[in-house]
Write a protein that binds this ligand. Structure first.
Ligand SMILES: [Zn+2]
Length: 494
């Protein structure tokens, strides 16, 4: 989440366990205590030495039960939330309980029915585990830390299983995505390298606009969007991709938006943290969203690069920077919602509420009532706060948050778990809301006639049938049957 202070109690303040965790486990086979024979099937092998992987340590508690330790963020042991690891060498029908024992937060959507993600080699589509097999509780065996336990039954011996906190979205996936966009040779899509991270990864900047807006001397209305400053907040990337996909499409609304606005998008502000499987920090352990006031070119180079560009645009009389939106994911709240700033100027304050109100009309998962405006001192170093202070009264700066877990549609009480598609749909709705904001709707009909229709928007492909306490709201059997997994219910034998 964007807005949590480093000193907030739930951010944690110790390493969560007595032994320091150096790096990720690497093809680590767990043998029963005292076992001297040959390794065999069922001796689980844990691995997190891959991109965005995170698992620091494994301890076997009993034949069936394993304590798992999240590897803390690099150079910052206080953040332990994201996990992403594989398990192989399983036996068919092998039942296990995994306990994630060293979370650095106490509040969690696990209390509201969130469940870890799973996929396997033969079923490569991510699924949420049934929430009824997930337990979140204060554990006397682990310094009263909050522990998330889940029961699981392996069903295919040859499969490698992967478990993660949320849908992963890696740096490599992002690069491939941008490569594929570039190959389409669209004359309204531009990709440049704005800078490099400490580990020399690309800081990509995209410009999406009609070429007319880029000719010498043209006046530009700019919408600036950033994402993944917090690397574990993977939904940020899905939302961002939804925005980009929509803006480069042939949809009549997208065409009008490109004609009137210049979209500048830096979708991955913390590529090292993403690559390393951190939750909140950069390679050097910095929460980059607390360093906007004075980013250093060597310690926070990606942030420094983006800030320089924004200041340059601010100083250009031909450029009007009208929106800045930084996309995050939230670990305790439902829905999509926004944070904005508080201004003395009442009219500006009112005008700032317009965009989230319009977005609420377009996106069923976006909650205006969860949207809030603040000027807390601890958030002074965030992009939203810093730029809100810098830019003039016609600019609006928001943090867009989206739940790691689910949304509740108005008038109902059932939580609908987010899918990758639902996150992307939120992105598309963010993009189309600019049409309403700038009252460009009448222009859409003009361009709509000769344009082929966009594919009809599909509903989210997968609603999980297992929602704690309200299973009847999710009839089985809809959508995506092919890859649907029926993991055996392992909860009974325990
Ligand atoms: Zn965040």
């Amino acid at each position: 989440m964007a807005e949590r202070s480093q000193t907030a109690p739930e951010a944690g303040n110790d390493t969560g366990n007595d032994d320091a965790i150096g790096g990720n486990v690497s093809k680590y086979m767990v043998l029963p205590t005292g076992y001297c024979g040959q390794p065999k099937k069922g001796h689980l092998i844990f691995d997190a030495c891959f991109e965005s992987g995170n698992l620091g340590r494994v301890e076997q508690v009993s034949e069936f039960e394993y304590d798992l330790f999240i590897r803390p963020d690099t150079c910052n042991p206080r953040f332990r939330v994201w996990f992403n690891f594989t398990v192989e060498n399983v036996k068919e029908s092998q039942r296990v309980i995994f306990n994630i024992v060293n979370f650095s937060k106490t509040k969690s959507l696990y209390r509201d029915g969130m469940a870890p993600m799973v996929k396997s080699t033969s079923r490569p589509k991510w699924q949420r585990l049934p929430p009824k097999n997930v337990y979140y509780y204060r554990c006397p065996d682990h310094k009263k830390n909050y522990v998330m336990s889940f029961a699981f039954c392996f069903d295919r011996e040859e499969d490698i299983y992967q478990f993660a906190y949320c849908y992963p979205y890696t740096y490599t996936r992002f690069q491939h995505y941008l490569d594929s966009l570039q190959k389409r040779n669209m004359d309204y899509f531009f990709r440049e390298q704005l800078g490099q991270s400490v580990q020399q990864r690309q800081l990509d900047l995209l410009t999406i606009t009609s070429p007319d807006n880029l000719r010498e001397g043209a006046e530009q209305k700019v919408v600036f969007i950033t994402g993944r400053v917090h690397p574990g907040e993977t939904p940020s990337s899905f939302v961002c991709q939804g925005i980009i996909d929509f803006l480069v499409s042939q949809h009549p609304i997208a065409r009008v938006l490109r004609e009137h606005l210049v979209f500048k998008i830096a979708p991955m502000l913390n590529p090292d943290g993403v690559y390393l499987g951190n939750y909140r920090c950069s390679l050097m352990g910095f929460d980059l969203n607390r360093h906007w006031l004075d980013p250093s070119p060597w310690a926070h180079p990606t942030l420094h690069g983006v800030k320089q560009l924004i200041i340059q645009m601010y100083n250009d009389p031909k450029t009007s920077l009208e929106f800045y939106i930084d996309i995050h994911a939230h670990s305790t709240m439902m829905n999509g919602f926004m944070y904005g700033n508080i201004f003395e100027d009442e009219e500006r304050f009112q005008r700032q509420a317009i965009f989230p109100k319009l977005l609420c009309q377009n996106a069923e998962d976006f909650s205006y009532s969860s949207t809030s405006f603040n000027r807390d001192a601890v958030k002074a170093g965030t992009g939203r706060r810093f730029l809100g202070g810098l830019l003039d009264h016609t600019s609006y700066c928001y943090t867009l948050e989206v739940s790691f877990y689910s949304y509740i549609v108005g008038g109902t009480t059932a939580a609908v778990p987010y899918t990758e598609e639902a996150y992307m749909k939120l992105g598309r709705n963010v993009a189309r809301t600019f049409l309403d904001y700038y009252r460009l709707n009448p222009l859409v009909e003009k361009v709509a006639v000769p344009v082929p229709r966009l594919r009809k928007e599909k509903p989210p492909p997968y609603k999980h049938p297992f929602v704690r306490g309200s299973a009847s709201n999710y009839p089985n059997g809809k959508g995506d049957k092919k890859s649907s997994v029926n993991y055996k219910d392992p909860s009974n034998p325990f």
